[in-house]
Design a protein around this ligand. Structure first.
Ligand SMILES: O=C(O)CCC(=O)C(=O)O
Length: 283
């Protein structure tokens, strides 16, 4: 099992809301499609997000529709049976949460990666319940979920709200897949019914790809307050939670301002309540 870390990063990189990354890290991110940065937020800073996280993951925010769902099971799964709890767009539902410390620090890192054109596109809270082997996030490429746009670059930040470990289902990536010339085929997850015929994105938001025998997974465990960043093409996902505790992460994606405008013009906001015609806008 290969575990990737980045010991030279750490709290010494912070100055106010700014977290400095090195030219070598920018080069590596562009080459490898992912990056690990340690101690990006302090424990106290993450603690300011904790109550929001609990509020959304417990399903306490009213009126979310499909934006409160399980990413490992079909829409309509009873809440008490959720394994991989997903709350989309927390700062849209509660604007007073937008502009939080994670956003401010991540924006500064995104600006270093993409020289000033990066804007926040969407965010989500993900939480794997304890002892849920099925709380897997199926392997995918993020671009496989999204409509076709002229520009595709994306930096997706994932802040560990608690320690993410191999055992509780931390992020896994397949290095090199970010350089594959073609995006892999994605299909709706079949939830064990044995066939995907007739299953659409209206039934299942979760998409899956076929893994290749050459795919070599590496694991990105990170402590609370540390982050991973991945690009839009790298094959990634995460395993089930085999521990007695939760795994909690706060995902925030940055894209070019024009790309976001293009998405919105298609009616695509990353809300699972969007009523886009996938046949028309899928890549
Ligand atoms: O952190 C995870 O479990 C997977 C999240 C993911 O696939 C993503 O942020 O694109």
């Amino acid at each position: 099992m290969k575990i990737i870390t980045n010991p030279s990063s750490g709290a010494h990189r912070r100055n106010g809301d700014f977290y400095r990354i090195t030219a070598e890290e920018i080069r590596r991110y562009k080459e490898d499609g992912y990056l690990v940065l340690h101690d990006v937020l302090t424990d106290e800073e993450v603690a300011t997000i904790d109550p929001w996280f609990e509020h959304f993951i417990s399903g306490s925010e009213p009126g979310m529709g499909r934006d409160f769902c399980d990413m490992s099971q079909p829409y309509g799964t009873p809440v008490e049976e959720f394994k991989l709890v997903n709350a989309m767009l927390p700062g849209t539902y509660r604007p007073e949460f937008a502009g939080n410390i994670f956003f401010r620090v991540a924006q500064g890192i995104a600006d270093q990666l993409y020289e000033g054109s990066a804007r926040m596109d969407y965010e989500q809270f993900l939480a794997k319940k304890p002892n849920k082997a099925g709380a897997e996030f199926a392997m995918h490429q993020d671009l496989g979920y999204w409509p076709k746009t002229k520009n595709t670059w994306t930096a997706t930040f994932s802040l560990a709200m608690n320690d993410a470990t191999v055992e509780n289902g931390c992020l896994q990536v397949v290095p090199g897949t970010n350089k594959e010339p073609e995006l892999r085929a994605h299909r709706p997850k079949d939830y064990g019914h044995g066939e995907t015929e007739g299953i659409s994105r209206d039934d299942s938001h979760t998409l899956v790809i076929e893994s290749k025998p050459t795919d070599e997974v590496v694991y990105l465990p990170v402590k609370r307050g540390s982050i991973t960043i991945h690009d839009e093409r790298i094959v990634h996902g995460s395993g089930g939670n085999m521990t007695d505790g939760w795994r909690k992460t706060y995902v925030m994606a940055f894209r070019d301002a024009e790309t976001i405008a293009e998405e919105r013009a298609m009616g695509f906001t990353h809300s699972h309540n969007d009523t886009v015609d996938w046949e028309k806008i899928i890549r």
